[in-house]
Design a protein around this ligand. Sequence first.
Ligand SMILES: [Zn+2]
Length: 254
Amino acid sequence: MLVGFVALVSILAWRFSLLSLSGAGAALVCGVLVGLGFGYRGLSLLGLFFITSSLLSNYKKKRKGYLTEFHEKGSKRDWLQVAANGGIAAALGMAYFWWESPWMLVAFCISLASSNSDTWASELGTLSKHHPFSVRSFKRVEPGTSGAVSATGSAAGFFGAGTIALAAYFLFGLNSREVLLILGFGFLGMMVDTILGAFIQAGYRCRVCGREVEKRHHCGEACHLTKGKGWLQNDGVNFISCLLAVILGIISYV
Ligand SMILES: [Zn+2]
């Protein structure tokens, strides 16, 4: 029943181009593990993250069209993106299934709050009328650049974490301390993501058109690495910041 439900959602997400085929496969695994541990309430929280993120990615898509010019991926999520954003939630679902413990539920909510905060911040921050500034150079940069902050993006990130915290309160009947931890550490995860995005994530310059991009190839040629680590792309940064938020959250909780 549960597997069938998750499979149906994954297939629909693939059919509607929200996920690539590999992304749908990863979503199926993620959904089943979350469902095993946290039941339909856990799946609802995961679904809230997935649906709002997909809607925001497709919102004003035309205006964000230029982003595919310098970002590695479009709005269709592949398995690496799904694993980076939902992998920790899935691992916690499996752990909770074997060995139920209250901190795991809070950690699960923090992981989704962090991913939701980060996605809302990047999808809505990109639409900001003012250019964001880089936390590395303190200069104004193109909207959508990793490691850039804007007031719109930060506010969106706060509401992204808050939405998950509020939903968790209603779904699981958490207390106010737990809800605040989810909000706080979810928001922190988004900030860590920005800082890692600014300092460690790979950034490139196109050898042909000279633009600063976040993908290895541009204008049909391999780009020149200008900052960060060549092995650390956006998915890796998402995963690390989510993991860090969860670990710090657990330490504060227990
Ligand atoms: Zn180019």
